[in-house]
Design a protein around this ligand. Structure first.
Ligand SMILES: [Zn+2]
Length: 142
């Protein structure tokens, strides 16, 4: 061992002693004093058992809730996909049989279709005659 390592080791020892002093200064819980009341201990153990059973029950119910939420999410996603594809099919149909346009006055996106009597009808993507839901419809009615 050379002089430098010897010095380093001494410093380390000093540091370790300082650390130990600080450890001793810490406020650790006091050790148990007095006699054990076996009935009290048993009662506390029973209470802990009850709490444990309660906790297990809560965990089980949480898992059940998560399962239900997952089912609901799956159903919602399925429904959403179905609705999306229906809307796309409907839009596709509108594009095939009507002329896409913009309703003057409100700027709504509409498709011009013809009624059986040959009258033009502005149909929205919702499948509604735009005369029925246009906020500015009154401006066009005479
Ligand atoms: Zn409108």
């Amino acid at each position: 061992m050379n002089e430098v390592t010897e010095l380093n080791d001494l410093n380390r020892e000093d540091e370790a002693r300082e650390d130990l002093k600080h450890e001793a200064d810490r406020d650790y819980p006091k050790p148990f004093e007095g006699t054990l009341d076996i009935n009290k201990v048993m009662a506390e153990r029973d209470e802990l058992d009850r709490l444990l059973i309660k906790m297990c029950d809560l965990v089980a119910r949480t898992e059940e809730t998560n399962d239900l939420l997952k089912q609901a999410k799956d159903s919602y996603e399925k429904l959403y996909e179905e609705l999306r594809s229906r809307i796309m099919n409907f839009e596709h149909l509108l594009k095939m049989i009507g002329d896409k346009g913009e309703y003057k006055g409100c700027g709504a996106e509409i498709y011009w279709l013809k009624s059986r009597k040959g009258k033009p009808m502005p149909i929205t993507i919702k499948g509604i005659n735009h005369f029925a839901d246009c906020p500015k419809a009154d401006n066009f009615r005479k």
